[in-house]
Design a protein around this ligand. Structure first.
Ligand code: K7E
Ligand code: CUA
Length: 655
């Protein structure tokens, strides 16, 4: 037994060595443009084959989430989240409009920055992906079975929901931190009174492990700094959450100067387990609030929006030992925790060096009460006491750091346009590679977990310039894929990305693809206007509202001739797709509709509202080329004058 294990071990090592040699040989031969000659081979996914990873890239100011295959860089899908999407009617159909409801009314746009995939025991589990809406503070949860936005919760008392949406290592919480501090509750007051009066809410949203449903557990009301980014502790530091701050000066004007005065800002270390316990024992203060909670039901295919009226707030002063400040040079942006949970990296944008804090030292300092003053009653730890190390002059303008799970870290430098690889623990710089141009976030699949898949690094660049054919003044953004399996990072591929990807997340395809939904079962369709059998097809009038209960299957609508509608009516097309085959959606569009098409998945029901303005006989048709007779998939609706007395009638296949 032992012998066979030894032999097996030897074979594995031998295979690994052969693999390394091949790799080195290939890496030795450089092609044109500084790429190794087989770079193309390493990103080439042959026709019919699939990518190894799903990459989810935030859409930034598109409010959406792009799904890319890696390493090919192929765009697989754009998932609408906070924005209307004419491609499939998201936010236009009656069923999905409630998803975009907020306390400000219907808000069909946002700025989404940080996707984060659910975890179990600190490892990616492929259940859900969360993403923040920055502008009108919201967090969305997207199911990775249907690739649909299933839930959006608004965050009250928040403004610029940026240090979000990062999750704890068992997806206990998704965190939403405010970038802008604001008056809480909001009120009419002088901006000059910002200092000492505005508050920064750090919101902890708990996640039901069965359904994924979100609910705000508590909001920690912090001093009026800017809370820029955050990451959870993991493994040994599980139970803590770390937030970078800037503008600890509490300036309210010309921040580029006034918020760059302090030599050090803070990373706020929050012991959420302690606060959770406090809250579970009845701690905290319920305050009035008004925020939307929107849920898409997969059986009714319909979203509901509920306004919630109360939120639990916690004053950090009331929970001693729950919050500490770690001094961090200088206006730190990214706040990144290594896979062991020991090191907390503060990416000081204006700092010459990169600061790494030690979690163990932090706990020691707390235990020994070695404080260096306080801010608003929150103890400040001593910089030297908690310092694990410094990466000396690695580059200019560090923004974010990712980890490969092999003891290396990769930090992006915006100003010097490069990615720098350094060793966790010795802090020595091992490699640096230029990027084109001005990188923001970087991403390693699983980089924000205990178990990164350290094969690729994706640089998410802010500036595109000359990388692709020009498209006028407005360009897409750009990503670059590096192979990081060797000592040196190797650039393999450039690919355009849409919107502005800030952060991204990626996961091995095998953790998601096998669960991917193919159809909705018609028998499980609980939509209140579903037409499950042809005998239910009908058209009904209710005052000026006309409801058309329709179904569709290759290659006709039932009914396809409708009469008796009048100018001034509000016509609801409730359409059920009777297909039960994978990849046979049908579309629906009608002339002059003031919205978008519907793209209805097999087994689902969707509703489009149409307000006919002109007398005539108007066509509707299927928009998705669904069969050889797709062009025949059409119908007519007759619109008569408002005072006409033509009765409603409908038909299919009759003369
Ligand atoms: Cu672009 Cu994470 Cu919003 Cu940095 S943030 S780049
Ligand atoms: Cu149905 Cu085209």
């Amino acid at each position: 037994m032992k012998k066979s294990i030894n032999i097996l071990f030897f074979l594995v090592i031998a295979a690994a060595l052969v693999g390394c040699n091949n790799g080195n040989d290939k890496k030795g031969s450089k092609g044109q443009g500084g790429l190794s000659t087989n770079a193309a081979e390493r990103v080439y996914v042959a026709p019919g084959e699939h990518d190894e990873f799903y990459g989810f890239m935030s859409g930034g100011f598109s409010g959406q989430l792009g799904v890319y295959g890696l390493p090919s860089g192929r765009l697989l899908k754009v998932l609408p989240v906070f924005s209307q999407n004419p491609e499939n009617g998201w936010g236009y159909s009656e069923e999905t409009k409630p998803m975009l409801n907020t306390s400000y009314g219907f808000v069909p746009w946002d700025d989404s920055h940080h996707p984060d995939i659910s975890q179990t025991n600190g490892e990616l589990d492929g259940r859900w992906i969360f993403i923040n809406g920055n502008n009108t503070p919201r967090i969305a949860r997207i199911g990775l079975e249907s690739f649909k936005t299933e839930e959006i919760i608004e965050i009250p008392n928040s403004a610029g929901n940026h240090s979000s949406s990062f999750i704890t290592e068992n997806t206990e919480y998704v965190v939403a931190g405010t970038r802008f501090s604001v008056p809480v509750p909001q009120k009419d007051m002088s901006i000059n009174e910002y200092k000492g009066n505005f508050k920064g809410a750090l919101t902890f949203i708990n996640v039901d492990q069965e359904t994924g449903r979100m609910g705000i557990k508590f909001q920690l009301m912090m001093p009026g700094f800017n809370y820029d980014l955050s990451h959870p502790g993991r493994d040994k530091s599980h139970g803590w959450f770390f937030f970078t701050t800037y503008n600890t000066e509490e300036a309210h004007s010309l921040l580029e100067v006034n918020a760059s005065q302090n030599d050090k800002d803070f990373i706020a270390a929050v012991n959420w387990k302690k606060i959770e316990e406090y809250v579970n024992n009845g701690g905290g203060t319920k305050v009035p609030a008004n925020y939307a909670h929107n849920i898409l039901d997969e059986h009714t295919h319909t979203a509901t929006s509920t306004m919630l009226k109360e939120v639990l707030t916690v004053n950090p002063m009331d929970v001693p030992g729950a919050v500490y400040f770690l001094p961090t040079p200088k206006s730190p942006h990214g706040c990144d925790v290594d896979p062991t949970g020991e090191y907390i990296i503060g990416n000081g944008k204006l700092s010459a060096d990169l600061t790494v804090h030690s979690f163990t030292k932090m706990l020691d300092a707390i235990e020994n009460k070695k404080f260096d003053g306080e801010a608003y009653g929150i103890p400040i730890l001593n910089f030297e006491d908690i310092l694990a190390g410094v990466v000396k002059q690695p580059g200019l303008g560090p923004l974010h750091t990712e980890f490969d799970g092999k003891g290396n870290a990769y930090t992006t430098f915006f100003i010097s346009s490069e990615v720098v690889k350094w060793k966790v623990g010795t802090w020595e710089v091992l490699d640096r590679q230029p990027v084109f141009y001005s990188v923001g976030h970087g991403m390693i699949p699983g980089g924000n977990s205990r178990k990164p898949f350290g094969k690729y690094f994706v640089a998410l660049n802010k500036i595109t310039k000359d990388r692709y054919l020009p498209t006028g003044p407005e360009l897409t953004q750009s990503a670059q894929l590096f192979d990081i399996t060797g000592d040196k990072m190797e650039l393999l591929l450039d690919f355009p990305t849409i919107g502005e990807p800030h952060y991204a997340a990626a996961i091995p395809a095998e953790l998601v693809a096998p669960n991917s939904r193919k159809i909705y079962k018609l028998a499980e369709n609980k939509h209140e206007y579903a037409v499950l059998q042809d005998s239910d097809v009908r058209v009904e009038r209710d005052g000026k509202e006309v409801h058309i209960y329709m179904n569709m299957i290759r290659s006709h609508f039932n009914p396809d001739n409708i009469e008796g509608v009048k100018v001034g009516d509000k016509v609801y097309f409730h359409i059920t797709n009777h297909e039960q085959d994978f990849d046979v959606p049908h579309g629906f569009a009608v002339i002059g509709a003031n919205n978008a098409e519907l793209l209805i998945m097999p087994g689902a029901t969707e509703t489009l509202v149409w307000e006919p303005k002109q007398v005539g006989v108007w066509p509707f048709y299927c928009t998705d080329f669904c069969s050889a007779l797709h062009q025949e998939m059409q119908g007519y609706i007759r619109v008569s004058p408002a005072d006409s007395n033509i009765e409603l009638s409908w038909s299919l296949g009759e003369d």
